[in-house]
Design a protein around this ligand. Structure first.
Ligand SMILES: *Cc1c(COP(=O)(O)O)cnc(C)c1O
Length: 392
């Protein structure tokens, strides 16, 4: 029964960009018996989590909670604010940008795609040019991914938002699934109209809940939106949420987890959370460079949630498999044409300095055993440790 394999499995460390590790106390909170979702006890949890979510989003707007994965929040953001045939500008520099394009097209929107090569950030100027050319205000929304998880690129959402606001009334709809809870996403200050996120990322929770925050501007658009919707009709969620309730049966036990995880986040504080993620990005980047591995994201645009690494002479998938097999650390692979070309180190959510240092050393040891280490064994760990020290 209790063979070696299962003991080893217990030690699995997730370093993928979702699901991310979950604190013990959050798991314990989930293990309680479900309670009635119309009870006063549950309403108190909804009231509290609503406030906590506003804190996390740095907003005074409502944050809607949906039972579903992050894509449900993305889809909800589109179908609640736009109408048939609306023209939208969609940023695409990776797998999740592509997903936005697919969702928008699935609902018959007229999509103009602003592309950047995978690994490069979206150019904020490109949005500006399209909006300037749109003299009769046909573009109703600008849709972008903040942290492009597939490539490890953090797009400059603040600059894009500013450029949009300078030239148009278009809504700004953002996938903040791997930026929220990792770096600063002040929704109100930046004027983001729709922010989509999911529980298995920065929230330090299992998968299952997704979140959509909408500005007043977005709620105005919602009044006229005619795209088909029922389960994801956010009007119903908003109405229910004002009564500390949900339109349908919510994932009650995930709410227990949500309350707990947001409490942990509030204890740490936003500034410290952002600093920790920035530190882990610095450590992962420094560690990889020191062992001769190239980073995939353009310099200066690395995501605080994930570092994509592009080994030149060794199959990335092989490194990933070795690290899993020998060290029980699960790294993410490359997606689509990046399969075998990159591996990705997730450092999002419930991750500490030790996790990052361990991952760097495991990758380093793997390279060493495959004779791919470009320097001296230990140089990666030394560089990562120094980066941790400098960013503490
Ligand atoms: C994980 C992720 C999503 C959501 O994916 P789901 O599988 O639907 O939860 C969306 N955007 C980005 C950038 C992500 O990393």
């Amino acid at each position: 029964m209790f063979d070696k394999r299962s003991t080893v499995k217990e030690k699995l460390t997730l370093m993928i960009p979702g699901p991310t590790p979950v604190p013990e106390t959050v798991l314990q909170a989930m293990g309680s018996h479900p309670i009635g979702h119309r009870s006063a006890e549950f309403q108190a949890i909804v009231e509290r989590t609503n406030q906590q979510l506003q804190w996390l989003h740095q907003t005074t707007n409502d944050v809607m909670v949906i039972t579903g994965s992050g894509t449900a929040a993305m889809e909800a953001g589109i179908i609640n604010t736009l109408s048939k045939g609306d023209k939208v500008l969609c940023g695409d520099n990776g797998k999740f940008g592509e997903r936005w394009v697919k969702v928008a097209k699935a609902y018959g929107l007229d999509v103009e795609v602003i592309k950047a090569t995978w690994g490069q950030p979206l150019d904020p100027e490109a949005f500006q040019s399209s909006l300037k050319a749109d003299t009769n205000n046909q573009i109703k929304a600008v849709i972008v991914t903040h942290s492009e998880t597939s490539t490890g690129v953090l797009n400059d959402l603040e600059a894009i938002s500013q450029n949009v606001k300078n030239h148009s009334q278009a809504l700004i709809i953002a996938d903040c699934v791997t930026s929220l809870g990792a770096c600063n996403v002040p929704m109100d200050k930046w004027g983001i109209d729709v922010v989509a996120s999911g529980s298995q990322k920065g929230y330090m929770m299992p998968p299952g809940l997704s979140f959509v925050a909408m500005s007043q501007h977005a709620w105005q658009a919602q009044q006229n939106s005619n795209l088909p919707k029922f389960y994801l009709d956010l009007g119903a969620y908003r109405k229910a949420s004002h009564n500390n309730s949900n339109p349908f049966t919510p994932a009650v036990n995930l709410y227990f987890a949500l309350e707990k995880s947001l409490e942990i986040m509030q204890e740490e504080g936003l500034e410290e959370i952002f600093r920790r993620h920035a530190r882990h990005r610095a450590a992962a980047q420094a560690g990889m460079k020191a062992i001769g591995l190239q980073l995939f994201a353009a310099e200066g645009y690395g995501s605080p949630a994930i570092t994509a690494v592009e080994p030149k002479d060794i199959d990335a998938e092989q490194i990933r498999k070795d690290v899993k097999k020998q060290f029980d650390i699960l790294l993410a692979g490359g997606q689509d044409h990046l399969k075998g070309k990159v591996f990705r180190i997730g450092h999002l959510g419930f991750v500490n300095d030790r996790d990052v240092l361990t991952a760097v050393s495991a990758i380093e040891a793997t390279l060493e055993s495959r004779n791919g280490h470009q320097g001296k064994m230990g140089s990666g760990v030394a560089a990562a440790a120094l980066a941790i020290k400098q960013n503490s």
